[in-house]
Design a protein around this ligand. Sequence first.
Ligand SMILES: [Zn+2]
Length: 137
Amino acid sequence: MTKKLLFSNRYLVYNFEKTLLKDKKVGGSVLVNCGCKDGRTTTITLEGEFGADALWCTKCQYNLDVEHTILSDRLKEALLEWAAQYGIWIDLETDMLVDDAQTLEKTHNAAGKVLVQKLQEELGVAYTITFEPSHMT
Ligand SMILES: [Zn+2]
């Protein structure tokens, strides 16, 4: 069974990259710069979104450039992969859920929980990581 989605967020455009690159600090303990007053964040949200990276500043909602974080290459890859698979439960041609949408979304959310654990392990207790699972199916 499929249902029509009232979902158009995929058309949002993310223009944060320039700012992030401009303000990037090298070699410090800064995860990545964001739009907060002090220019950095220790409160991170993991959330899937079309055309965006998986990490967001929980406070200012900046989409963080995963490539430029202090995270390990392995975790960066996992985050990029996870972000790329966001929404595979939707047929973009028809905007309808695919047949096994529920399972796909559930699996993606489960992978997200694992990623949050990995993030917490790498970043340590100074960082607060929140997970926003997808609820489309
Ligand atoms: Zn911020």
